[in-house]
Design a binder for this molecule. Structure first.
Ligand SMILES: [Zn+2]
Ligand SMILES: [Zn+2]
Length: 88
């Protein structure tokens, strides 16, 4: 066994990739909705987010269930999980 095989390691230098560091990231309008961590730079975006994501919150149609979601896909998933049937 002689180490005739040599790996010529050419560690590629000259590959400069600077990551743009943004230290001063302004977050002026955080969503105050419970459990939501979205934040926006202007109030308009925040309001649009609220109305589209949290706005039309619908309660679970199942009696005695306190679950509510503004997203129909989440609601469907909830019903499937918690009530184990889908009425479609
Ligand atoms: Zn939100
Ligand atoms: Zn439910």
């Amino acid at each position: 066994m002689d180490g005739s095989k040599r790996k010529s390691e050419n560690s590629g230098s000259g590959h400069h990739q600077r990551k743009t560091h943004k230290t001063s990231q302004q977050v002026d309008f955080p969503c105050d909705f419970d459990g939501c961590r979205s934040s926006f730079r202007c109030q308009f975006n925040l309001m649009r987010h609220k109305s589209s994501i949290h706005g039309s919150k619908r309660p679970c149609p199942l009696e005695g269930c306190n679950y509510a979601s503004g997203r129909p896909d989440k609601m469907k998933e909830h019903i499937k999980r918690m009530h184990s049937f889908v009425s479609e």
